[in-house]
Ligand binder design. Structure first.
Ligand SMILES: *Cc1c(COP(=O)(O)O)cnc(C)c1O
Length: 396
């Protein structure tokens, strides 16, 4: 309780800090950037749009080989556009699945009527590039491989560099859902053979929701004319129209684009992807260390944990009720996230967005105070009979 009283309850706007996988806490300047109404066909807006496309392509070193095609909507819209545009009707995708977002790509292919196969791992494991290479050797009908970079379901980091090399060795094209890693984990198209990546403005780029994008190898995009299953998700048409006069085909999310331009300036000021990675990695370290001190157990080992979001296993003590823990954290100024695993009961705490070490330490203090309010002694997953017995009492 003493800890709680020292907590400044909220962010500068009076809203709780968002310790979620997105939308995230944004900076005051990003929010202020939206206090303008831009005409979608006005040269001023066309210039902003061109600048953000160039900047996004630059983040992955795709200049000269890849182009950025922005799209209205949440991240799923970009993943759906990427698969529907780049995989032709006669193609076949091998989808790598170790969580909900891999499964979602399979669902997208089913809706779009694209042939696919899946290769699956358990949710606490990273995908294995060697197994992918073997699968590609066995099935000559596969034209594309689709993978998630950081599987936000668990927070696991998939080995994208090794995967890209394996897929390239077998002469297939790699499509990546980098939604929760873009801007925080390095992606370099000069050294990684990647056909296309899909991401959105409101995760590690620290912009606001409403804007997604794909960065696509230009030759593949040109070859994809006529492939798409949906007018509004046709990346080839979206790109061709934008190249013609710099304008969007349909109403663009103008305010989200203004916010993203400011957010990209802040990314640059922070030292680009490398600088942001350092801050998130430190956030993650403080969160994991602090929560472990309270007895909580992480689902993942350090080796596969991405510094994006951490999955904690549900504590064993019966007094721990997630809904009450959530409310307690919320009352202290932190919004956390339920679990999404199929096998293990869990919840998640994100370490991305406009937050730093101070917020992570306060979040851990809020968790300690909330446990105390609930009468829970430990966040541990195993039962704790030994702790209340005489052995434990003598030790302490
Ligand atoms: C957030 C996310 C998405 C897209 O989710 P939306 O709710 O559509 O924005 C897709 N893939 C991954 C890995 C994500 O983390």
């Amino acid at each position: 309780v003493k800890e709680t009283s020292r907590l400044p309850a909220t962010s500068p706007t009076g809203d709780p800090w968002l310790l979620t996988p997105g939308p995230l806490t944004t900076s005051p300047a990003v929010k202020r950037a939206m206090l303008h109404d831009y005409g979608s066909r006005d040269p001023q807006f066309v210039d902003v749009n061109r600048r953000i496309r160039d900047r996004l392509t630059g983040i992955v070193r795709g200049q000269g080989t890849h182009v950025c095609v922005p799209l209205q909507g949440s991240g799923t819209f970009a993943v759906e556009a990427m698969l529907g545009t780049l995989v032709p009707v006669g193609g076949r995708v091998l989808i790598l699945v170790n969580g909900a977002y891999g499964r979602r790509m399979a669902l997208i292919c089913r809706y779009a009527g694209r042939s696919f196969a899946t290769l699956e791992w358990s949710e606490e494991a990273a995908i294995d590039p060697a197994a992918v290479e073997q699968a590609l050797a066995r099935d000559a009908s596969i034209t594309h491989v689709a993978a998630v970079h950081c599987e936000t379901t668990s927070g696991v980091l998939n080995p994208l560099g090794a995967l890209a090399e394996a897929v390239a060795r077998r002469g297939r094209a790699l499509l990546v859902d980098a939604m929760s890693s873009f801007g925080a984990l390095p992606l370099d198209f000069r050294t990684m053979p990647i056909e296309a990546v899909a991401a959105s403005a409101n995760k590690c780029l620290e912009g606001v929701p409403g804007l997604a994008f794909c960065i696509v190898r230009q030759t593949a995009l040109e070859a994809a004319a006529g492939n798409a299953h949906a007018l509004s998700l046709d990346l080839n048409a979206q790109w061709a129209a934008m190249e013609l006069d710099g304008q969007w085909r349909f109403t663009p999310p103008t305010h989200a684009i203004l916010a993203l331009e400011r957010a990209l300036e802040e990314l640059e000021d922070e030292g680009g992807v490398a600088g942001r990675h350092v801050r998130y990695a430190e956030n993650c370290r403080l969160l994991v260390q602090g929560m472990r001190n309270l007895g909580f157990e992480t689902l993942l080992t350090e080796a596969v944990q991405a510094p994006i979001i951490v999955t904690f296993c549900m504590p064993a003590e019966p007094r721990f009720v997630f809904a009450a823990f959530y409310e307690g954290m919320r009352a202290k100024g932190f919004v956390i996230y339920p679990g999404k695993l199929t096998a293990v009961e869990s919840f998640r705490i994100g370490c991305i967005g406009r937050i730093g070490p101070r917020e992570m330490e306060q979040a851990v203090a809020a968790a300690a105070a909330t446990l105390a309010e609930m009468g829970v002694r430990s966040g541990a997953t195993e039962s704790f009979s030994i702790e209340v017995g005489p052995v434990q009492q003598r030790v302490t």
